[in-house]
Design a protein around this ligand. Structure first.
Ligand code: F6R
Length: 610
């Protein structure tokens, strides 16, 4: 999704803006632009990758001296990716960058047309720029102009605005979109995300909604709508800039998959006390099992797939009913929520608009909400009744990997806690499971990583495929949904995940000579059933890649073309190494195809629009 950046200080702003935009590239974009104060406001924009903007900037050497400016990477929503639609949007008096969506842009457009404005783009954002311009013309004061415009705008935004008459100042404000602001001796900086400010400061502000930040060289001030200056809390990041860099790996995705063992150990260790799960959250203490009668897990994409693993383990261990739902559907369906239910929101970024909306829906109904989030201080984390952070460190690749694994780990711990409190599991067994989760699981994932070359050999078989299927049953089917998503989003090969028993009800008609089928068998109680599915597709010509454990493979004659054996580990923990195999398989297919693995087309890392 769009990324915004801004800098005002004692040194050249352009390198700071370009470096910041490069750091925000991972969010996904299709055009970029900057506006700098250099004897008035100068704007340069380019469709495509950042390198095209850099090329264009070579012809504008005067901009290299500017010390104040804003920049943007745009992920098209209203209007095609094109120079005219790229941000910043500028008038004679100001320039503006925006992350979010102005929902009532048509209404605002009509208001502006009546006042003689015309539009240079098809974007919703331009209406916001022109509206602020109109009020600025009326009042002559940036602060009043911005707040007046905000009172008319509906939707989500993080804005950065510069005014021709205030050469050293940047104004910034947010609602339902992320915004980070920091002040250092060198200057004031704003960005959509922490990695973009990290090179300048480890300490930053996440301004509250509709609080105006005014950045000047060396300081930042915050104002409410009625003009009162207020303080905002600072936050500090505990990772450094190198963690948000590739560090010699060909892609962030591969680096992040390799970080899984450590991320798992860190996450599990964080939530253990005296060998058992402990969350340090009042609502998760003793009344918890009595209070919650059902669990609803709500999330999007990969996070929702982690929720499927959560359902499996919470139902199995704690015997509590769990539903898992896509966040974009949740609130519109008007779900039946009872006062003793628990709604769990899973999100890596904590800024996903649909997940945030689902959270607000549940809260409005008076249901207790628990967020499991990776980004500290993000909107979902702040608004939920309680939050459990997943200390996975920054995840930069668009395709989520380590965040999924640690979400699963937290859900395992939660399931265990519920099971203990509901008397489904005894303390000794609980301690053993926690020890396994802390030691054996990261080791098993590490073993998979050491088999990366063999997994790449299997991947070679898939690079010419146009369609393929993932099949499995029970928890294996849940894992297949994630394996399939990973493959299609980065390699652009169409794939489907099917419950192995469901194939014969329609999909099997698509199987023909050579169709690749990835069969996952880690759950012994359904292994024979999955085997039937494998036989069905194989006898119709499918080329089967089997992912299983030695214990299952030994007990059954499983026909396949290639086989990947998972490390020896208790069956209940097999999802961790299994998903690592699926992630590596998808990664290698995409990398072998020469795809842009970290920034797949059309995708954004943090989906801040509905
Ligand atoms: C896929 C992927 C997405 C995200 C989804 C939710 O690899 O990363 O499907 O999982 O957009 O994002 P978060 O977890 O930030 O809410």
């Amino acid at each position: 999704m769009c990324g915004i950046i801004g800098f005002t200080g004692q040194k050249a702003a352009l390198p700071v803006l370009l470096e910041g935009l490069a750091t925000l590239e991972y969010r996904g974009y299709d055009s970029a632009g900057v506006a700098l104060w250099a004897d008035g406001i100068q704007t340069v924009k380019a469709e495509g990758r950042l390198s095209r903007l850099v090329e264009k900037l070579k012809e504008r050497s005067s901009l290299s001296l500017a010390t104040c400016g804003i920049g943007h990477t745009r992920w098209a929503t209203h209007g095609a990716p094109a120079d005219r639609n790229a941000h910043p949007h500028a008038t004679e008096r100001l320039a503006l960058v925006h992350n979010g969506i102005i929902e009532n842009y048509a209404e605002i457009g009509a208001f502006l047309i009546e006042r003689g404005y015309t539009f240079a783009s098809e974007t919703d954002t331009e209406t916001a720029a022109l509206l602020i311009d109109w009020f600025y013309g009326e009042y002559g004061d940036p602060q009043q102009a911005i707040f007046s415009a905000l009172s008319m705008l509906r939707g989500s935004y993080a804005f950065g605005v510069i005014f021709r008459e205030y050469p050293e100042r940047i104004y910034a404000v947010r609602k339902d979109s992320p915004l980070i602001v920091a002040a250092t001796a060198e200057g004031g900086i704003l960005a959509s995300d922490v990695p973009a400010v990290l090179a300048h400061s480890k300490e930053y502000y996440r301004p509250e909604e509709e609080i105006l930040s005014v950045l000047e060289p060396g300081r930042v001030r915050f104002y409410t709508r009625d003009g009162a200056e207020i303080d905002q809390k600072t936050e500090r990041v505990d990772w450094d800039v190198t963690q948000a860099q590739k560090g010699g790996w060909p892609h962030f995705m591969l680096k992040e998959i390799h970080e899984e063992p450590e991320a798992l150990r860190r996450t599990v260790g964080h939530y253990l006390k005296d060998g058992l799960p402990y969350f340090g959250v009042p609502a998760l203490d003793s009344p918890f099992p009595v209070r919650f009668h059902a669990v609803h897990i709500v999330a999007c994409g990969t996070a929702m797939h982690a929720g499927l693993i959560g359902r499996h383990v919470i139902e199995k261990w704690a015997r509590l009913p769990v539903s898992v739902e896509v966040a974009s559907e949740f609130r519109y369906r008007d779900p039946i929520l009872c006062k003793n239910d628990l709604v769990i929101l899973l999100s890596q970024s904590g800024e996903t608009a649909d997940t945030l909306a689902a959270l607000r829906h549940a809260k409005a109904k008076g249901i207790y909400t628990l967020a499991i989030v990776n980004v500290v201080g993000s909107s979902v984390a702040r608004e939920a009744d309680s939050v459990l952070y997943t200390p996975a460190g920054p995840e930069i690749a668009v395709a989520s990997t380590k965040a999924y694994s640690v979400q699963c780990a937290v859900l395992y711990l939660l399931a265990l806690r519920l099971a203990l409190l509901r008397g489904q599991i005894g303390e000794e067994e609980g301690k053993q499971l926690c020890t396994d989760l802390y030691t054996t699981v990261p080791e098993a994932v590490r073993e998979v990583l050491s088999e990366s070359d063999r997994i790449r050999d299997c991947a070679r078989e898939l690079i010419t495929a146009e369609h393929l299927f993932y099949i499995g049953r029970d928890v294996d089917h849940a894992l297949c949904t994630e394996g399939s998503l990973k493959l299609k989003e980065i390699s652009y090969i169409h794939s489907e995940a099917y419950a192995a028993g469901e194939l014969k009800h329609g999909t099997i008609s698509l199987i023909e000579e050579g169709t690749p089928v990835i069969a996952l068998m880690t759950a012994s109680h359904v292994a024979e059933k999955t085997l039937t599915g494998i036989r069905e597709v194989r006898s119709r010509g499918a080329q089967v890649i089997l992912i299983t454990t030695e214990a299952i493979a030994q007990g059954l004659e499983i026909p396949c073309d290639k086989q990947i054996l998972l490390p020896e580990i208790a069956e209940k923990f097999a999802p961790f190494p299994a998903v690592c195999v699926l992630q590596l398989l998808a990664y290698h297919v995409a990398a072998l195809k020469g795809a842009d693995v970290d920034k797949p087309r059309n995708l954004a890392k943090s989906v801040t629009v509905e």
